[in-house]
Design a protein around this ligand. Structure first.
Ligand SMILES: [Fe+2]
Length: 318
């Protein structure tokens, strides 16, 4: 058994012949399915090669990818170059594709494929530009669409057009973030819920677009309340589930208490040791677990950047 390019700092990519370097069960499963793993940080992010995403996946490959994805939160598949139909089909291997976004319409002929290309949508550029400006152009950390009752399970990105430099995406591991807190703070956070509200970002866009849809019903920007600590429905892990994109406040605290606590949690949530930074190449797919991560785009690019996204239906955070 061999695992290529063991660059990770944790023993996850260890050579089993070296004492003290354990190979984890999900890594062994991946290797047995013919996959090659390249871990990109200590806890989060792995590149996977050895599969063809344009064809239906054999069961052992699909199962192995899912295990790597659950363990590493975000996985990347370089050199796949899928068209929108193939992209949707690959996403459907891992869940039920939902409408691209509750407010932003999908591609013509592919309603499940969202095109993230600010050069094509003034409204999109304006909505995201406003958010970036308000935050002093710091990376806009968020978890996608947490302002609905059942936020997405995850999304699959397809890097269609990438500038020569800049426009990397950051993901942070919210399981690791929760584990890094003291047991006393963890216990307090387990008792709390928070309100998530998309009005700030999407009310103008909803007005311009006219109407939205989510889970087959007309979409309204009604805020949702979620636990501050959710339990991962597949792994049982506890996840810090607040994000600066959409969490407006913690229920039951005064506004200053809520603001200070959230600011502390966001600082913990995006510490370097919980984050992977990915430099895109055209044709690469990126698949993240939206239940257990936050992400942000680094707004340092000037050239054309177009990324397609297919989103998978999620469940109610508990
Ligand atoms: Fe996002």
């Amino acid at each position: 058994m061999s695992i290529a390019d063991p660059i990770a700092s944790r023993p996850a990519t260890g050579d089993p012949s070296i004492p003290g370097e354990a190979v984890l069960a999900w890594e062994e499963q991946a290797v047995d399915a013919g996959l090659v793993l390249r871990h990109l940080s200590g806890t989060i992010g792995t590149e996977i090669t050895g599969l063809d995403a344009s064809r239906p996946l054999p069961d052992d490959v699909r199962d192995a990818v899912r295990q790597v994805w659950l363990a590493r939160r975000v996985v990347f598949f370089p050199e796949q170059h899928l068209d929108p139909g193939q992209h949707r089909a690959f996403a459907a291997e891992f869940g039920e594709p939902s409408r691209a976004h509750p407010v932003i319409p999908g591609l013509d002929g592919h309603p499940d494929v969202l095109e993230l290309d600010y050069s094509k949508s003034e409204e999109l550029a304006k909505a995201y530009g406003q958010i970036a400006e308000r935050r002093g152009n710091a990376p806009t950390w968020h978890t996608d669409v947490t302002f609905v009752a059942r936020p997405p399970l995850g999304s699959i990105l397809n890097a269609v057009s990438i500038p020569p430099a800049g426009g990397d995406t950051l993901w942070s591991d919210q399981v690791a973030a929760f584990r890094s807190l003291s047991p006393t703070l963890q216990a307090f956070l387990r008792t709390l819920t928070a309100v998530h509200d998309g009005t700030d970002q999407f009310s103008t866009l909803l007005e311009i677009v006219g109407s939205g849809e989510w889970e087959g019903r007309p979409f309204t920007l009604e805020p949702s309340e979620h636990p501050v600590v959710r339990t991962h429905p597949e792994t049982g892990e506890e996840i810090l589930f607040v994000n600066p994109g959409f969490t407006s406040h913690i229920v039951g605290l005064s506004r200053p208490e809520s603001d200070h606590l959230l600011a502390y949690l966001y600082a913990q949530a995006t510490k370097d040791e919980h984050v992977v930074r990915y430099k895109w190449t055209e044709g690469t797919l990126g698949f993240w677990d939206n239940r257990a991560t936050q992400h942000a785009v680094v707004a340092d690019f000037t050239g054309h950047r177009a990324i397609h996204r297919v989103t998978l239906r999620g469940d109610e955070p508990r």
